[in-house]
Design a protein around this ligand. Structure first.
Ligand code: OAD
Length: 275
């Protein structure tokens, strides 16, 4: 199927659905100048995550962990939300997006105007003392001298999930609840590799949701659960898709035949549509 048709089909599915959830990963922020983790130019090409991004390293050798943290903080603080973040904010304003579950720690969704965002891996907005649990807003901290320390002397850790740390229970609960009760999930810019985040689209699919994937590259989701894949960059694709959703919502009167097929009716051709 041609890409234009796939895009229209995806837009109709979103317009017709009543509980849409977006699940986003590093790929959605690439057009904001924030490098992804995997693939060419990814952060893990330069830094071994098992070393630099592990909680044990942060505790035992914080200077090393801070090399990566400083690079990430510098990049994120210079970045602006892109067309993809703005398109999702508009989808929420159209009443067509219940929430975003993001693996990203860059706050781009909130800065673009989305209000219901579950930050699965935390965010850079706060730092927390590992000893006394006091928290600090990032804006009130100076980064000249790292590792940062609390007034009590304890190490200040950004409020993000490091390798070796569990997802906070309330975050996991909210994300799994959203995934298991949605009727369509937009899966954008994620490699489907890191657990438990990567299980969320599977939870949605099992609960009967349509899974629409936006990614220039195929993933495990494409192979196993995606009802449709929009191939390309998130900014361009989401901008066009949300414009189409807006048009449909304003026009009203949807026809069932435009919906993506049910699981039993799906064929492989429906799933990996290509260009
Ligand atoms: P990855 O870096 O693993 O994957 C990025 C995905 O985005 C890939 O599938 C790319 O093909 C896709 N991509 C690249 N450019 C894109 C674009 N312009 N538009 C759309 N998609 C694009 O990032 P995540 O899957 O988010 O965890 O990584 C998951 C977790 O691994 C991160 O949250 C982080 C990392 O280790 C922690 O730090 C705990």
């Amino acid at each position: 199927m041609a890409r234009e048709e796939t895009l229209t089909l995806a837009a109709r599915t979103i317009a017709k659905a009543s509980r849409v959830v977006a699940f986003t990963g590093a790929g959605i922020s690439v057009e904001s100048g924030i490098a992804p983790f995997r693939g060419r130019g990814g952060l893990w090409e330069k830094y071994d995550p098992a070393e630099y991004a592990h909680i044990n390293t942060f505790r035992s050798n914080p200077e090393k962990a801070w090399i990566l943290l400083k690079e990430m903080l510098t990049t994120v603080s210079a970045a602006e939300p892109n067309a993809a973040h703005h398109a999702l904010a508009e989808l929420e304003h159209l009443g067509k997006l219940r929430c975003i579950i993001t693996q990203n720690i860059d706050s781009m969704h909130q800065r673009a105007g989305s209000s219901n965002v579950i930050e699965f891996h935390g965010s850079f907005r706060q730092f927390v003392c590992l000893d006394c649990a006091r928290s600090f807003e990032t804006d009130e901290l100076m980064f000249d001298l790292v590792p940062l320390r609390c007034t009590c002397g304890g190490l200040l850790k950004p409020d993000v999930v490091f390798f070796g740390e569990p997802i906070p229970t309330d975050t996991l609960f909210r994300a799994e609840s959203a995934a298991s009760t949605c009727d369509a999930m937009l899966v954008i810019g994620t490699s489907a590799i890191v657990q438990p985040a990567a299980s969320l689209p599977f939870i949605a699919r099992k609960a009967g949701a349509r899974v629409i994937e936006v990614n220039p590259e195929p993933t495990l989701f494409t192979e196993l659960i995606s009802d449709c894949r929009l191939v390309g960059k998130a900014g361009e694709i989401l901008q066009r898709m949300v414009a189409e959703v807006r048009r449909i919502v304003q026009q009203e009167g949807l026809e069932d035949s435009y919906m993506l097929k049910s699981p039993g009716e799906r064929s492989h051709a429906d799933r990996d549509t290509g260009h």
